[in-house]
Ligand binder design. Structure first.
Ligand code: C5P
Length: 228
């Protein structure tokens, strides 16, 4: 089988990362969670007081400090999954909070943030054999990816999944806050000027509202076998 690039894009909390992670493990590819990279930059900006209460970003300051921000990954020995590092500090837990979720789409809409992270993502995937999930992987980061998947599910199903995921991790959250956040992020992500979330014309669409994780996995493996 040839080495390929697999791009998995879609709406917030639609299970992309679970699909991407499981597939990567099964076929021996590297998994890259690009959402975690935008979340890490958001955490940086929050800590530096660069996002005001009404969610305006002090973008001149952030742009000046962008070269000082390093986002990387390390494999967690216990979970076997990648943890996100911000300037070398493990921030895997901190980037999943509602505070970060509520501000990340504003940060991800800034052209200089996207430029820096997209360039890094392209370097990380340069040797193929990667499964990358995000919003613009099939359209901007790897427009030549051999396999592109676009995942959708109803906002309610996605909010419930996010709620269950946070609960399992011991992070307390309110379902209606999550639903609001999911809808808000979808809106901002789809309407921003730079690389808005949209399905690449050659992506295969999957609505997974009614599918179990095993069913999705079987479907995705089939797509990989067809493409590789
Ligand atoms: O995938 P996740 O929900 O963790 O992504 C968090 C946010 O990061 C998204 O809502 C979106 O604003 C941004 N993002 C992006 N482009 C990507 C990945 C994520 O704009 N490739």
């Amino acid at each position: 089988m040839k080495k390929i690039t697999i791009a998995i894009d879609g709406y917030s909390s639609c299970g992309k990362s679970t699909m991407a992670k499981n597939l990567a493990r099964e076929i021996g590819y590297i998994y890259i969670d690009t959402g975690a990279m935008y979340r890490a930059v958001t955490l940086y900006a929050l800590r530096r007081g660069q996002i005001t209460v009404n969610r305006t970003v002090k973008s001149i300051e952030l742009e000046r400090e962008m070269p000082l921000i390093t986002v990387s990954f390390t494999i967690n020995r216990e979970t076997g999954q990648p943890d996100t590092l911000l300037n070398g500090e493990n921030v895997e837990q901190q980037i999943r909070t509602m505070e970060v979720s509520n501000n990340v789409s504003q940060i991800a809409a800034l052209p200089f943030v996207r430029e820096a992270l997209v360039a890094q993502q392209q370097r990380m995937g340069a040797n193929k054999s990667v499964v990358m999930d995000g919003r613009d992987i099939g359209t901007v980061v790897f427009p030549d990816a051999e396999l592109k998947i676009f995942v959708t599910a109803s906002a309610e199903v996605r909010a419930q999944r996010r709620f269950d995921e946070l609960k399992a991790k011991g992070i307390s959250a309110d379902y209606s806050d999550i639903l609001k956040n999911v809808q808000e992020r979808d809106y901002i992500d789809s309407h921003r000027e730079v690389s808005p979330l949209r399905k690449a014309s050659d992506a295969i669409e999957l609505d997974n509202s009614q599918l179990t994780i095993d069913q999705q996995q079987a479907w995705l493996l089939q797509q990989y076998q067809r493409a590789a």
